[in-house]
Every structure is written in C-alpha cells, then in structure tokens.
Design a protein around this ligand. Sequence first.
Ligand code: GLN
Length: 455
Amino acid sequence: MNFKNLTISDIKNILKNVSLEDFYHHYFEFLKKEDEKIKGFLFFTEKLAQKTIEELKNKPHDLPLWGVPIAIKDNILVKGERCTAGSKILENYIACYDATVVKRLKEKGAVIIGKTNLDEFAMGSSTENSAFFKTYNPFDNQRVPGGSSGGSAAVVSAGLVPASLGSDTGGSIRQPASFCGIYGLKPTYSSVSRYGLIAMASSLDQIGPLARNLEDLILIFRIISGKDSFDSTYIEKDKKVKLLGVPEEVFGLGIEEAVKETFWSFLEKIKKNFIIKKISLPSLNYSLACYYLIMTAEVSSNLARYDGIRYGLSSKDTNLLDKYFNSRKEGFGQEVKRRILLGTFVLSHGYYEAYYLKALKIRRYIFEDFQKAFKEVDLILMPTSPTLPFKIGEKTRDPLSMYLSDVFTVSVNLAYLPALSFNIGFKNNLPIGAQAIGNLFEEEVIFKFLKNLEI
Ligand code: GLN
C-alpha cells in the first residue's frame, strides 16, 4: 500500500476494501519511518488509535471522517495523552479531557494518530523553540518549517497525513503553511472553540486546520467550527468575490525580492477573473508593535498558572517561594521567560497606560482600518511571510529578526479576522504563500475565492 500524499477521499476509498486494522498496522510503520526525515511528530498516539478503531466498527461507515487519520498540535488536549505544549514544564502532563475540536473530529470518525511539534507554548516562528527537538522543512532539511505549528505543517506537507490542527495567535498556522507549501486557515476569532487549547494569548488564539488539499481543509473547518456537514441549513456569510484589495504598505515592510516577484506574478495570473485594487492599510505599520505588547501581556497572565503546584514540573524545593521560582526557572525556556518579563513590564503600574492601554487603542484602530477596507473590496490579499523559509539557526540569536517574520500575519489576529494561506509558487524549490483575508465570519467567501482560482 502506498500511504504517501493520500487525501481524505483517497483514504475513505481505500477503507472500502481494506480493514481498519490492516490499514493502520502498515500506516503506523510508514509514519514512523517517514517522520524520521522531518521529525514533525513529538509522539504517536498508537494505543488511542487502536481503541478508536475498535469503536469505529460499530459506527456508521458514512461518517465524514470514518477511519481518517488526523494529527494534532501538542497544545491541544487529547484525553489520556500527554500534552506538552513543547515545554519541559508540561513534559509529563496528561490531558484529562478532549478539546472540543478533538471531540468533534472523533464524533465524525477521525483517528487521532499523534501530537505534533511546536515552539514552546506556541511562541515562535520556526519550531526551534520546542524544548524537545527541531522539525525540518520537507522541501529542504537545512531550513525551518515555520512555526509555531511547524510539526503540523511539516507532516501534512511531507504527505504523512491529509490534515492536521494547529493554533494561530499571530500567524502560527498561516506562516508554517506558507513555508511548507500547503493550505492553512486561521478562522474568525470565536468561530472555533478554544476549549482545551493551552492558552497563549486568549484574545488572539484560534485553532484551525492545515491540509494539502482545499476540499480537505474545508471539511475539517466545517466540522470543528460547529457547522454540521450533514446539515445544509447552517448560516454562512456569502457574497460575490470580484474586488481584491492589495495593501500598498506590504511592499515596504522588509519583503524579500523573491516573495514580491512571485506575489506580483500571481496577481498578474488572476487578473483576468478578478479586479485587483491597490488599497491602503496604514495600520499595518503599527501591528507588530501592538501585537508584541498585547500578546506578551496576555502571556504573562496566562502562564502564571504554572507555579510548580497545580500543573506539571515541580522543583524539589520545600520552601514555597523557592518552589514557585525554581519550577518556573527549570520549566520554561528562554523565549517564554523573555515574553513573561516583557508582559509583566507592560502591565505594571506606571507603564500600563503608556504601553498596554495604548496598544488596546491601536488594536481598535487596526480593526477599523480593515473594516474601512472591506467597504471597498471583497477580500484582501497579501503575502503570508516577507521571506522564504529561512535556515535553521539563522534567526535564533536575534529575537527581533524572528519577530519580524510575523509582520504580515499579526494584524489579522488583532482584527479578529479569518485568513487562509495558500501556495502561489516556488523559488529555488522553496514554497511561497499568500493569504486571502476575509471580513468577520467570511470563511466561506474565502473558500469560494480559492475554488474559483485558476492558477
Ligand atoms: N510567531 C508568532 C509569535 O511568536 C505567532 C505565534 C503564534 O501564532 N502562536 O508570537
């Protein structure tokens, strides 16, 4: 059996003639061997898969995901399995319930096959901040797969699994999807339940799907977002897609020549079916600064719960204060500590108004800037990342250069909007992505646009 690059419908067809046991027995062998090259999985959930297979025998075979393998980012809880968030502090933490998204996938017949690697607590753009190991880009093993959902993107891109779940706080689904040449959707804030997602910055976090195939991505989104694919009466926002806005500001924000060229030639290609309109989104110039204030503030408060007592790693100290300090000192990595410090600073007395409160006002301005743009155009198009997938180690010593790779993605989270990253071409065999940004709850409009694309 050839397991590589199977889509959801390929797998469902195979399972018409092959038993689940047979399929999964060989499939796990394939997964383990192939994952050696990219190291996208932190661990496999083989026992859980066996249990699911047993249960599936008594369930209707026409469930939309009956027997379909799905990989889950390791900051999303799967009951009875470890959930590390890529951190030493949660290395041995066992989830005691299923995240809503996992529950929904299981109800539709999915088999959870493993948990994927990520930057610690989803903080990063390369998966190099994982406390365990690095993941490699399937197109070039000297390069990063992007992050923080780098494992989820790499395993899909390498053809190991048709779809996975990731989380996106400032670009963590879209940027790795772009670096790995696949589709990745950051849904509208609140359209997918965050119950069971280990919080990074709660007003920005969203769970979303990654897939090689657009149909597969749409199916997973509809299942996890609460819409029922058996029910054709659900409400969705629909409108025509003709006018596409391209913000002029993106060409001034440290964009690499190869990305710019590929993006322009993509626009040239679609010109015959759409009207491309140059727009201005001046707020893009402030979005990165605003994101790094709001995100770190929320990180510092969300991560206060890891005190060595309630969750995870606990230092040997007997004195309470030492226990708090040392558990956090031993358990958190450098980037997580940096963000907690920054966040604590921006929330502290005397700085709160100057930094945090101002950032909230700028967030409102960013939101309104996008709303104004959507009065003029149906969707907004931008590159997903200003650069090609970069080399392993290239940005680890300079946090600011790493932060700059989020410059095109963070404003979408700040404005609560949905955005889908898709591949628009290659340079030196490295994938380049663009994102289609819709107004609130317009995921279906974005899907319609992509279905109509003739690239
Ligand atoms: N790369 C961004 C950051 O480091 C986004 C992370 C994310 O979306 N989880 O904050």
